[in-house]
Design a protein around this ligand. Structure first.
Ligand code: NDP
Length: 461
């Protein structure tokens, strides 16, 4: 276990809302002892006192569910250094100390290459680890280059490419349920499953995050990482163990089996859109282009949808639809598995039959099955819904992420080749979108998203 954590970008949103509360959760659960030291780096010219005051305030706001003594212990073990990640002397002062250090880059993705280069120039103590947030690179070439820089810095086992969805118990439940249940395991294939929707629709709009989001957009922020990781868990061959190599090998198999899209496919099988002014409940929401800090010239999408197929014996014939949007009328965060109809129904009203749908709730957690039951005189079909709730997770996702980093368990982080394969899947989409082959639609904030185009519409490419 490593006892030193250095966070660059510590004055940012991720640090305030997730990393600091996660550390309080780890302290409360007894995972962080008195040896633990936290060094935070930011570009603000603050002293330690002022920064600790800021940390205490963020913990009161975002980590209030953790005990006060755990929060106080995190504040007490924190020191602050002013550092720009491009300045070797400032970076050296952050990582200085005894023994290996875990270096967390909670930075905008565009800054990762410069940060890794500086760390290389400064040098890390033996046994150190490096943690990078998503998206890993800004495109395939960027990911390849970043992997090359990292390989010069530390061994691959010491690189943690974070996708915190993998650490969510609800996400792990998708894999657990399908491989550990006799009822599901034999029907988990294209013979029985027609379509899988992997959806992260949120009613939150930009919420002041233009600095990060504008120019990145929904495809790179959500689909390229979180939703493709979910696709891997839904579609992977049952792993023989949950060790790091086996899990990540099986995920890469899925990414490699994605049928390559052409730009022409991208026109028919992808959608992008951004929100215009509207209301979510009683809250007025400005158009995305009127949000503070947004450059309309970036044509950033706040909604992305991609339809994929896998060329594999198990999945040939099943459609996988990945979709995420902001400022929508309702939160819908789930994996919905739609089964094929039964071959024959002995009922008069069989036209009313709906396909069975198994829904894995990602947030809030839960398992739901929409299916058909028999009505009162056994001659009619009625829709039924079965619901199950799960126990709340012991640790928040970022608590698990940080614990894995400190312990050196990389099973729930993304390997370098996986990150590159994920970009490879979406490169034709990025290319088609950059050439405007797919129109940037609009949808009112608070709506269900853009109206789907007619599927028989002629292709323009
Ligand atoms: P923010 O823009 O809020 O914070 C970025 C931080 O990086 C700021 O502290 C900023 O300092 C610092 N920074 C920027 N450039 C430099 C530099 N050259 N040297 C030193 N520090 C620098 O972004 P987020 O915290 O939201 O996101 C950080 C990362 O986490 C991103 O990769 C994002 O994708 C990922 N992430 C964020 C989530 C979230 O909900 N916020 C969720 C999941 C992942 P300054 O203020 O001085 O510019």
């Amino acid at each position: 276990m490593i006892h030193r954590l250095a966070v660059f970008g510590a004055t940012g949103d991720l640090s305030a809302r997730y990393l600091l509360p996660a550390l309080a959760a780890l302290r409360a659960a007894g995972h962080l002892g008195d040896r633990f030291q936290l060094t935070c780096a930011g570009r603000e010219d603050w002293d330690g006192e002022r920064f600790r005051h800021w940390v205490a305030g963020r913990l009161d706001r975002h980590g209030a569910s953790w005990p006060a003594d755990a929060r106080k212990a995190i504040v007490a073990c924190t020191r602050y250094r002013r550092a720009d990640v491009t300045d070797p002397a400032e970076v050296a002062s952050v990582i200085a100390g005894d023994g290996p250090v875990a270096v967390y880059l909670a930075l905008p993705p565009a800054v990762f290459p410069a940060a890794v280069t500086t760390l290389h120039d400064v040098g890390l103590p033996p046994g150190s680890r490096i943690v990078l947030e998503k998206p890993f690179g800004e495109d395939l070439d960027g990911a390849v280059e970043l992997n090359r820089l990292l390989a010069d810095l530390v061994p691959e086992q010491a690189v943690f490419r974070v996708d915190h969805f993998l650490a969510m118990t609800t996400v792990q439940n998708v894999l657990g349920s399908r491989v550990a249940n006799r009822v599901l395991a034999p029907i988990w294939n294209s013979i029985h499953i027609a379509e899988v929707e992997i959806v992260w629709d949120e009613s939150l709009a930009l919420e002041g995050r233009a600095g990060y989001y504008d120019g990145v957009g929904a495809l790179k922020d959500m689909v390229q990482n979180h939703l493709l990781q979910l696709l891997c868990l839904v579609a992977m061959e049952p792993p023989i163990s949950l060790d790091e190599r086996e899990l990540r090998d099986r995920k890469v198999d899925v990414l490699r089996s994605v049928r390559p899209l052409t730009e022409k496919d991208a026109v028919r099988r992808t959608r992008r859109a951004r929100y215009k002014a509207g209301r979510i409940g009683d809250r007025p929401v400005p158009a995305y282009t009127d949000e503070e800090g947004v450059d309309p010239g970036h044509h950033t999408e706040t909604f992305a949808e991609v339809e994929l197929e896998l060329d594999s014996p198990r999945w040939s014939g099943t459609v996988f639809r990945l979709r995420s949007g902001k400022a929508l009328g309702h939160d819908r965060k789930e994996v919905a598995v739609r089964f094929r109809p039964v071959p024959h129904l002995p009922f008069g009203n069989s036209g009313d039959a709906r396909p069975d749908v198994l829904r894995f709730g990602l947030e809030p957690e839960g398992l739901t099955m929409d299916l058909m039951g028999i009505g009162s005189r056994a001659q009619t079909l009625v829709p039924l819904t079965l619901t199950a709730r799960m126990d709340p997770p012991g640790l928040p996702a970022y608590g698990q992420v940080l614990l894995d980093v400190l312990r050196g368990d990389a099973a729930l982080s993304v390997r370098g080749d996986e990150a590159e394969e994920s970009w490879r899947v979406l490169t034709p989409v990025l290319s088609a979108w950059s050439k405007d082959l797919v129109p940037l639609q609009e949808y009112p904030a608070g709506s269900d998203g853009p109206v789907p185009p007619r599927r028989d519409a002629p292709c323009s490419a």
